[in-house]
Write a protein that binds this ligand. Structure first.
Ligand SMILES: *Cc1c(COP(=O)(O)O)cnc(C)c1O
Length: 379
């Protein structure tokens, strides 16, 4: 089945008791048992809920996996992955990482004896240098947040498989419409569903998709044991969002390409980070592993200081200053003071998060209006 058909249909069947076409919101914590040990597969909603089950099936199908797991946030999904590990285990990750991921790694899990190393993985060979006999997991984002670095998933997957190391990919920026890491050898795909999959900035949710049965079993046990599950209402909203994911991503991408080209030719703009631009350092890898390039980009100003960045952002009218991304409306953000504020200045500047870096989540409005807004904001 092609992606657009899966987006509309996968995991969703008319409700057997009523014929309702849309999966009902099963807003219930518990289920009647006809006798001891005799129930319909549902006992308690932390463990199973029919609305969540439908969503989990849909997510698995969208990522060409076999098992989907829905969590109360993207970070709760990452939390479950790290809980697969034991004290003494080591994780290699990218050095241009979502701030919240960096924070959970360093401030929560280091004290449980798990070691994290942050490496530039734009060259996949770098991963080998840092692998030890204790390495259990490689965790990458691609494209990365916020400077859109691209990591070659297949090249990393090859190096992980030969050493029995798990590869997890945070696929939030691409969405399942534009990139499917399992097809390139990843073991675990993670999403902040909050972003493109939900798509309407009205839900916080996370997801994992895997192919391997044993790995799925371990993760379901963690999901149920730790309890960071998503609620039925949120699952319903995301099921509804998914039905238009493929057409939303087409519009995000069309607008994204126009805006990246505009920024790239603007005299006040210094660098533009967008994997769809031919001068992006890993454009060829992106073109190979992504179906298209999406609506996320960032840029720096020739006048690289905090005041100019602040004034530019303040002039935006259509682009709203806010955290998050992936909704139908265009947003702008200032990584150095917002999403990446918890990363030390020296460390963030090494990966390009300078004071004038502005990140755009290009929405699905008319591109001409968006370009006019950027034009007046840049002055
Ligand atoms: C937002 C985000 C997360 C965290 O997800 P939440 O739903 O906010 O917990 C992780 N990775 C990336 C790339 C993100 O953008």
């Amino acid at each position: 089945m092609k992606f657009g058909t899966k987006a509309v249909h996968a995991g969703v069947e008319p409700d057997p008791s009523t014929g309702a076409i849309m999966t009902p919101i099963f807003q219930t914590s518990t289920y009647v048992q006809e006798g001891i040990g005799n129930h319909k597969g549902y006992e308690y909603s932390r463990t199973h809920n029919p609305t969540r089950d439908a969503l989990q099936k849909s997510l698995a199908a969208l990522e060409n996996g076999k098992h989907g797991l829905s969590f109360s946030s993207g970070l709760a999904a990452i939390d479950a992955v790290i809980k697969l590990l034991n004290p003494g285990d080591e994780v290699i990750s990218v050095n241009d990482l979502y701030g919240g991921t960096y924070r959970i790694f360093r401030t929560v899990f280091e004290k449980y004896g798990i070691k994290f190393t942050f490496v530039d993985l734009r060259d996949a060979n770098n991963v080998e240098q840092y692998m030890t006999e204790n390495t259990r997991l490689v965790w990458v984002e691609t494209p990365t947040n916020p400077v859109l670095q691209v990591v070659d998933i297949a090249a990393i997957a090859e190096r992980c498989a030969s050493r029995n190391v798990l590869l997890g990919v945070d696929n939030t920026f691409a969405s399942p419409a534009l990139q499917n890491p399992i097809d390139h050898g990843a073991d675990i795909v993670m999403h902040s569903v909050t972003k493109y999959i939900g798509g309407h900035s009205d839900v916080v949710m996370g997801a994992l998709v895997v192919k391997d049965d044993a790995l799925a079993e371990q993760l379901y046990t963690l999901q149920n044991s730790c309890g960071a599950v998503s609620g039925p209402m949120d699952c319903f909203l995301v099921l509804r969002g998914i039905k238009t994911l493929h057409i939303r991503m087409k519009q995000h991408t069309a607008n994204g390409k126009k805006i990246a080209a505009y920024l790239n030719s603007h005299p006040k703009v210094d660098k533009v980070y967008y994997p769809g631009l031919e001068d992006h350092p890993n454009h060829d890898v992106a073109a190979r592993q992504m179906h298209d390039f999406g609506g996320m980009m960032s840029f720096t100003l020739k006048q690289d200081d905090l005041e100019t960045a602040k004034a530019t952002v303040a002039r935006f009218k259509l682009f709203t200053l806010a955290e998050s991304l992936g909704g139908v409306e265009s947003l702008c953000g200032h990584p150095a003071t917002m999403t990446h504020a918890s990363i030390p200045k020296e460390e963030r500047e090494k990966s390009g998060v300078v004071d004038s870096l502005i990140r755009l989540s290009v929405g699905i409005e008319d591109a001409d209006d968006l370009i006019k807004d950027i034009e007046q904001a840049l002055g």
